[in-house]
Design a binder for this molecule. Sequence first.
Ligand SMILES: [Ca+2]
Length: 214
Amino acid sequence: MGDPVVNTDDGQVIMLTDPGLYKMSSDQVNASDPCSFSVSVKVTPVVRQQRIMYAASMPRYLRIQFCSMVIHLDQNFRAMVGSEEIEVGTEAVTFAEDFRNGECAFSISKVQTDSNGEQNFIVLDSPTCGFHVGFEGDGINSVAVIKRPCNPHGGRMTGLCGDCNGVADDLKTCDTGSDVSREADPYTAVAESCRTDDSMDEWQQTFGADSNAK
Ligand SMILES: [Ca+2]
């Protein structure tokens, strides 16, 4: 285990060491595109037996804006669509089938595989948009996975995951989009620019600030 790591589209590796909500990937350039999305990950300190383990943080939940909804998925297999907590099981639950002719319909489910030891996944999947977001594993070993097609999103994406635009230019800040690859520590500069502190968000209001790792 260790701090969450972001692998960018261009193969850069960015570590997230500080708590906060990080913008991972977003394409909201074309408001009429039903497949527009924005994904952020909440990173919190690792807490064990009432003690905060310093210098260790973990991804706790994903905040997804997609198909005109706000969706939360957490690493303990809980999910909210809008303000409603939903039951996540192995049977996929489908949403937005009636919204915009189902162009961005998506399902949420829990998936188990045995291919690499037993692994659990909580997955949001939209086949029509090629959009796939979730957690692999659980607790402090969980890894956030974000897949979105380079076509049509390439050239329009911002966030820590970079932009698969065919150019090795992923070390850009979230706020101004400036290229910091020549700075002494571009990784920290990029991570900090993509971090916001929303210490009391809707997820915590629902589940409480202490609903932390196992
Ligand atoms: Ca790029």
